[in-house]
Design a protein. Structure first.
Length: 280
């Protein structure tokens, strides 16, 4: 594999940019017990520079999500995903699937057609989206740009039905583990943890930013939204994942240097994305 060390440059905006030219992210997730996750993800996407962010979730959840992040707009999600295609008929939006989604049978049935789709659709799959994929025991279909962002526990659930035996916590095996999963799904894999690994099966990047302040709920949702925002602004999936991981860790480092090695919230982290992204 080719080892990558250079950090890609962030997207630039022309002087005549407007929200319609800066990409769209649609966050698909949320349930009654995890309202904050899609709101945090949407916040990170907006802080990452995307022009428009929409949240697709149940009608009972949506008003609460938009109260937390009023800069986003909503898509009421009921029994299928056709409303997303109605809201995004040209399929240009990048989907951030999984934050706070839950793993009920109904939710699995809801996203299964998307994961089996042969259509080109760009998305970042995280959290319960990964768990639902693991439950299916299948590999992803289609050829769109997609990024999987498992932590070691999610990695093991994804790897088991595919016969991947590399240890996602062993520093020596982590690049091979990420590569095996990336090749199986035709995706970029972000294997989270200390020194997060990004791999597309051929190229591998090992991150050197971040600190224990990131060990708190919601920081993974921040990473998902940020990577989706970078893809939506025109970056290649691998480059977006590398820059997103580096920036995510740097934002955590900025917070720790100003405050303490613990006590940061996901919203604190998201607020530092612009500074971390453009002052690397």
């Amino acid at each position: 594999m080719q080892h990558i060390s250079d950090i890609p440059a962030p997207p630039t905006r022309p002087a005549n940019a407007h929200k319609g030219t800066c990409g769209t992210v649609i966050v698909v997730g949320g349930c009654a017990t995890m309202i904050g996750a899609p709101a945090i993800c949407a916040t990170a996407a907006l802080r990452g520079g995307v022009g428009l962010c929409k949240v697709a979730t149940g009608p009972g959840v949506l008003p609460h999500v938009l109260t937390i992040q009023p800069g986003a707009t909503g898509i009421e999600l009921d029994d299928d995903l056709t409303v997303i295609d109605d809201a995004d008929p040209d399929r240009r939006a990048v989907l951030a699937i999984g934050p706070g989604m839950g793993t009920s049978k109904r939710t699995g049935e809801l996203i299964a057609p998307l994961l089996r789709s042969s259509h080109t659709r760009r998305y970042v799959l995280d959290a319960d989206g990964l768990n639902l994929l693991a439950q299916s025991g299948k590999t992803l279909a289609g050829e769109g740009s997609r990024v999987l962002t498992p932590h070691p526990g999610e990695f093991r659930r994804l790897a088991q039905p595919l016969g991947i035996t590399h240890d996602p916590t062993d520093p020596e095996q982590r690049p091979k583990a990420a590569a095996a999963l990336a090749l199986a799904h035709g995706a970029v894999v972000v294997l989270k943890g200390a020194r997060t690994v990004v791999c597309d099966g051929n190229r591998v990047f090992t991150n050197d930013t971040g600190n224990p302040a990131l060990a708190t709920g919601g920081t993974g949702d921040v990473l998902t939204g940020l990577i989706a925002a970078l893809i939506a602004q025109g970056m290649d999936a691998f480059d977006a994942a590398v820059l997103g991981v580096h920036t995510h860790g740097r934002a955590g480092d900025l917070w720790a240097s100003q405050h303490a090695p613990s006590g940061m919230t996901a919203m604190d982290l998201a607020a530092l994305i612009p500074r971390a992204l453009h002052h690397t």
